[in-house]
Design a protein around this ligand. Structure first.
Ligand SMILES: [Zn+2]
Length: 278
């Protein structure tokens, strides 16, 4: 195990909270994660406390020898933690009241979308409306941010793929849309729905074809330039392989969940759409 992964595991075993690469610093009273932990070359852990604690202060607070942050580890962090007489304490994290120039410290809303038992997408929505998406992987019983490029999006199943396949056995109509939150909104009103990992810029055509083949599919692209561009590709590729195909586009700027919100998509309305041949 790389020193970096091991160290993150050690911090988490000790009770530290992280937001992305920022972890609670063990050496000062850190009510909001302010110690960055990055992975250096050869897997070493590079740490930097933005409040000014030194590297040695951090190691001392954890009761760890510095070399543990540079070397590969044959044992897991839990074992070392149990043998270590120095137990660091971390204060309760407060997400509120961290306004200022650092956007990470503004109030935000986190949603997790599970793709496989061990891979999920974290979507963070900030107060100013901007969004951030990051992939996470499950290691042991903790989630970690995946390194850039480590997850092959092409190999991931579609979002809620299993449920959609089950639905298709009952000949349910499946809505294909462009975001996980839209899929969840549709499931909430009893409609089977799915999307792919990676967004409008990179539709996973082969996976979509494989799963949606012979199903009745309602395609609801986002009505924005990226969505409409993606829509043309999706329709061209998928229409020939599905049993029945319909496309529904909302007003400018709308996505599937907006249509759900204003009841432009309901279970009855989509059944009605498919009742008429072509
Ligand atoms: Zn510190």
């Amino acid at each position: 195990m790389s020193a970096h992964k091991w160290f993150c595991d050690y911090l988490s075993t000790s009770g530290a909270v992280n937001i992305g690469k920022l972890w609670q610093c063990p050496s000062h009273s850190d009510s909001y994660p302010s110690m960055s932990v990055e992975e250096g070359e050869d897997g070493r852990a590079l740490i930097y406390c933005h409040a000014g604690c030194t590297f040695m202060e951090v190691c001392n607070a954890l009761g760890l020898h510095a070399h543990l942050l540079f070397e590969e580890h044959p044992w897991n962090a839990k074992k070392v933690f149990q043998a270590n007489p120095i137990k660091p304490t971390f204060c309760k994290v407060s997400y509120a009241g961290h306004g200022g120039s650092n956007k990470g410290r503004m109030s935000f809303h986190i949603q997790h979308h599970q793709f496989t038992p061990t891979v999920r997408l974290e979507r963070v929505k900030y107060e100013d409306g901007s969004k951030m998406c990051k992939w996470q992987v499950l290691e042991g019983d903790a989630w970690y941010y995946s390194q850039e490029g480590k997850i092959n999006l092409d190999e991931l199943p579609l979002y809620r793929e299993k449920e959609v396949i089950q639905g298709s056995f009952m000949d349910e109509i499946v809505v294909l849309c462009e975001s996980e939150s839209s899929v969840d909104a549709l499931f909430n009103i009893g409609i089977y729905a799915t999307t792919w990992a990676g967004g409008a810029s990179q539709p996973k055509l082969s996976r979509l074809k494989e799963v949606l083949k012979d199903m009745r599919v309602l395609w609801v692209p986002d009505n924005d330039p990226a969505g409409l561009k993606c829509s043309a590709v999706i329709e061209h590729e998928l229409k020939p392989v599905v049993r029945q195909w319909k496309t529904l586009i909302g007003a400018e700027g709308e996505d599937a969940k907006d249509l759900v919100k204003r009841s432009a998509i309901t279970l009855d309305s989509i059944v009605g759409l498919f009742a008429h041949p072509l």
